[in-house]
Design a protein around this ligand. Structure first.
Ligand SMILES: Cc1cc2nc3c(=O)[nH]c(=O)nc-3n(C[C@H](O)[C@H](O)[C@H](O)COP(=O)(O)OP(=O)(O)OC[C@H]3O[C@@H](n4cnc5c(N)ncnc54)[C@H](O)[C@@H]3O)c2cc1C
Length: 465
């Protein structure tokens, strides 16, 4: 409990309220319960949607996977995996399996190339040499199914006593006028249960806003969000059946945008290999791709990847869907008693698979900031502590946004193909440059990329896989 606030005056008081139970909010809530200094805090997790959990039906200890891997998957960097392990979600995730098929697909190499065959290749060996993974035979990253990961984190959070408030939509927010300690008033949130039409008001020392790109919390706090959806980039996402399993992530830069092929688990029960495709392209082309049947979509993908190292697709399975892609950023990540995390703070192009990973680093930073306030006996909304959080997370988000946009534009421009070829060759062949890139992409170089403190993280012993 924050030291300077009197809970008795405020009905339904929580030490921390996390708004949004997506990948990032669920990670903050689970993380708070796994960190030694924050495990006893009274935490509420709110989501407008009917998430799975105690307020609906209890999460089963083993969740059955759907027969086909779902469309929404995320690459998880070594830094994020270490956090998810400490949070207790990774082990659960590995157990969400049917027929020995896990919802986690490791990969040991990454191949990136363009139409002029400028290519860059990374392997686990490079990641090991860069200090991103402990042994060269470990995967350099994993592809996880978003739904399964979210469920694993919600399971940790709710099993460890997070108050699950869903479905509840945040409809109004009152923040103190001044930062803590100048003001010691709590933040107040009004939540609406749309199924019953009932509203309730709760108060807290700290609001963590993890309610996504269109964050209502951010809007109510009057924090700006600059940028927006790309006019010329939409992601067409679908699943391909392949003739052989893959252990490599592939990405080809086409003039219209990057086409990525990620390993995912095989289909159940036949075990036929699958890949998840994110094809970033123009809106018109994405619409055309999403209208094709399975054979035509596989043929279009094979045509686009022709001549490169990627395996051939047999057919596309299930539906193809398009997702808007954005580059947006909140130039200020904090308000009195409120902090932004995840897509509520920034959205980046998926070409490097970093959006959720940046959000996980926010989650770690938020939990460690709350822990540091608790350790020092400070109010959990302490303005100076959150200013530091905001500065560090903004700097990392801006660096990623700018780099990804530079890469995207360099690959979209034919005029830059010579310079690009040279740049890519340098990246591929000069070890220190490659090492630096691998460290950055693995998430181990940021302010919150270092090893987690085992004495503080993990209230219950966890095996580190
Ligand atoms: C095609 C595509 C591919 C991607 N691939 C990768 C990848 O490989 N690796 C990677 O790291 N990232 C990837 N990303 C990015 C990643 O998916 C996002 O960064 C991540 O899911 C954001 O999570 P979040 O929890 O911040 O937000 P969200 O997932 O948007 O969650 C927000 C939550 O808030 C709730 N909510 C919203 N409004 C309210 C309200 N008023 N009251 C209460 N609750 C509310 C919502 O119901 C939701 O549950 C990809 C993105 C796209 C589009």
């Amino acid at each position: 409990m924050s030291s300077s606030m009197s809970p008795h005056k405020h009905k339904k008081f929580f030490d921390v309220v996390v708004v949004g139970g997506g990948l990032v909010g669920a990670c903050v809530a689970a993380g708070l319960k796994q960190h030694r200094l924050t495990a006893s805090l009274n935490v509420a997790l709110i989501d407008a949607a009917q998430l799975q959990g105690p307020s609906s039906s209890s999460l089963p200890s083993k969740v059955s996977l759907p027969p086909e891997p779902p469309l929404r998957v995320s690459t998880v960097t070594p830094a994020s995996r270490a956090l998810l392990t400490a949070v207790g979600a990774w082990d659960i995730l590995l157990n969400l399996q049917n027929d020995n098929t896990s919802s986690v697909a490791p990969f040991h190499a990454m191949k990136v190339w363009d139409a002029n065959n400028a290519s860059i290749n990374y392997t686990s060996q490079d990641a090991f040499q860069a200090g991103a993974i402990p042994t060269p035979d470990e995967p350099m990253a994993h592809v996880v199914e978003n739904d399964a990961l979210q469920q694993a984190m919600l399971q940790v959070a709710t099993n460890r006593g997070v108050h699950a408030l869903w479905p509840r939509k945040l409809t109004s927010l009152t923040l103190p006028k001044h930062d803590v300690p100048r003001s010691n008033e709590p933040a107040q949130l009004t939540l609406l249960d749309e199924s019953t039409g009932k509203s309730e008001t709760i108060s807290t020392s700290l609001v963590v806003a993890a309610d996504g790109q269109r964050s209502r919390t951010r809007q109510l706090a009057k924090l700006r969000y600059e940028g927006g959806p790309y006019r010329d980039q939409v992601g067409a996402v679908f699943t391909l059946a392949l003739d052989e399993p893959i252990d490599t992530a592939y990405q080809k830069f086409l003039p219209t945008g990057p086409l990525a092929l990620l390993p995912v688990r095989a289909a159940l029960p036949s075990g036929a290999p699958r890949a998840n495709v994110v094809w970033s392209t123009t809106a018109a082309h994405a619409a055309e791709l999403c209208s094709l049947d399975g054979d035509a979509l596989a043929a279009a993908t094979n045509g686009a990847l022709e001549g490169g190292p990627a395996p051939r697709a047999i057919e596309a399975v299930g539906v193809a869907r398009s997702f808007p892609l954005s580059m947006s950023m909140a130039p200020r990540m904090t308000a009195p008693r409120l902090v932004l995390a995840g897509d509520a703070a920034r959205a980046v192009h998926p070409l490097a698979g970093q959006g959720a990973n940046l959000g996980f680093a926010d989650a770690r930073a938020a939990v460690e900031t709350i822990a540091s306030c608790a350790r020092s006996g400070l109010d959990l909304g302490d303005g100076a502590s959150w200013q530091r959080y905001g500065d560090l997370r903004l700097a990392e988000g801006m660096a990623w946004s700018a780099s990804l946009e530079l890469i995207r534009r360099a690959y979209a421009s034919e005029a830059l193909s010579g310079a690009r070829f040279m740049g890519v060759s340098v990246m591929d062949q000069v070890s220190p440059v490659k090492s630096l890139l691998v460290r950055v992409a693995s998430g181990v170089s940021g302010a919150y990329g270092g090893a987690l403190d085992d004495d503080e993280w993990g209230t219950a012993p966890m095996s580190r896989k």
